[in-house]
Design a protein around this ligand. Structure first.
Ligand code: ATP
Length: 364
């Protein structure tokens, strides 16, 4: 079921929670709404659900599920499944009864037979690999297992659309990872349309077919994770999607200078700010003719396949982060207090006043 939002805006008293928004979600897509706290993600999700209504003025908004205009359709008639951050399972009911609940309360005409309900519940419990715990109460399950029950329960009524609000927010990192895989697998097998809210960049980029990046009630960019990361439309998106190092200075005759640091750049004279991701900073024992950026190593933390290094310098207002391969880390005999030279592999620059093109990327 595709979802089309046309001109959806929302204000609460003096707060404009959503500016007028247009958004098309394709049938079978898994879309993440990503943004900082207060950017309007939950409000948008609640409007899609029918738990909140959009403003009617100055222009009324419209919500379409497929060809069906659901703008004024009650939440219970929108064929939606929900999963929330805090597993809203019925505490006094078994896992089985929780999953079956939505089916047992259906009007008689639509309600499946008890045999069909049983078959469907067990199929879903099998899919989330919890069939052996069907008789347990929610309190006897781990947080991750409870959230898998919530997923199965939401899917039992065969919704056209699954809406998830920070579904894994209360869980630890490893369990979150597992649940993302569950959701992706269920989504692909059962072929519904999903929209989920998260403020976790990694979660949005890993799970979504497309990500909607929001700030201040506006959509900043809608794109695939890959495009978002490689071609952010503006500085907000670039900064929100990962760690960023800043290099501020003044350019004269093709050289950007900042204290005793300097870097050759192909830019006209004036004040500039360049941005670099941690993996775009190479470290070496020597400067080069094009680049003299002396730094001191102040912290070292090995994380997985790479080593994360913190760098400070008089010419830097805030420390830089660099990610270094273990082989380079060993080759440079890296240690705290060591003096090295940073070499940008690539840098980015956004000009807020000049709308197009906003981003320039240079390979150094
Ligand atoms: N019921 C309400 N009454 C008044 N203001 C509200 C209400 N719900 C949301 N807001 C305001 O609308 C704006 C958007 O809130 P919303 O909850 O949609 O943001 P969010 O991106 O989901 O944030 P978070 O990640 O913190 O949940 C915020 O400024 C918030 O304070």
């Amino acid at each position: 079921m595709s979802i089309r939002l046309q001109n959806i805006a929302k204000h609460f008293a003096n707060t404009q929670a959503l500016e007028p928004i247009n958004l098309d979600i394709h049938e079978g897509e898994l879309v993440g709404l990503l943004g900082p706290s207060g950017s309007g993600k939950t409000t948008l999700l609640r409007i899609i659900a029918g738990l909140e209504s959009a403003d009617r003025s100055p222009q009324p908004g419209k919500i379409l599920f497929g060809d069906r205009d659901v703008t004024h359709v009650h939440v219970r008639d929108r064929r939606i499944g929900f999963v929330f951050q805090h597993y809203a399972l019925f505490r006094h009911m078994s896992v089985y009864d929780n999953v079956a609940f939505g089916l047992t309360v259906m009007p008689k005409k639509r309600r499946p037979s008890s045999g069909d309900i049983r078959a469907r519940v067990f199929r879903l419990l099998e899919m989330v690999q919890l069939q052996h715990l069907a008789n347990r109460l929610p309190a006897q399950l781990s947080g991750g297992q409870q959230q898998r029950v919530s997923l199965a329960r939401a899917l039992a009524v065969e919704p056209d659309v699954l809406l998830l609000d920070e579904p894994f927010g209360a869980l630890d990192a490893k369990v979150r990872q597992d649940l993302r895989r569950w959701l992706r697998r269920l989504h692909d097998e059962l072929n519904f349309t999903s929209v989920f809210v998260t403020h976790d960049q990694e979660e949005a980029l890993e799970l979504s077919d497309r990500v909607v990046v929001m700030s201040n009630g506006r959509i900043e960019q809608i794109d695939t994770p890959d495009t978002l990361y490689r071609a952010p439309k503006n500085r907000f998106v670039f900064e929100f999607l990962g760690d960023v190092n800043h290099l501020e200075g003044r350019v004269r005759n093709g050289v950007l200078t900042c204290g005793d640091a300097h870097l050759n750049v192909d830019l006209s004279d004036g004040d500039e700010e360049l941005l670099l991701r941690p993996h775009e900073v190479r470290l070496a024992e020597e400067p080069s003719a094009e680049c003299h950026l002396p730094v001191t190593v102040t912290a070292i933390s090995p994380v997985g396949a790479e080593v994360r290094v913190e760098l400070e310098a008089d010419w830097l207002a805030t420390p830089w982060q660099a990610t270094v391969r273990h082989a380079d880390f060993e080759r440079l005999h890296m240690r705290r207090g060591q003096r090295l030279f940073a070499h940008p592999r690539q840098w980015h620059r956004f000009k807020e006043e000049a709308k197009i093109p906003e981003q320039q990327t240079r390979v150094a």
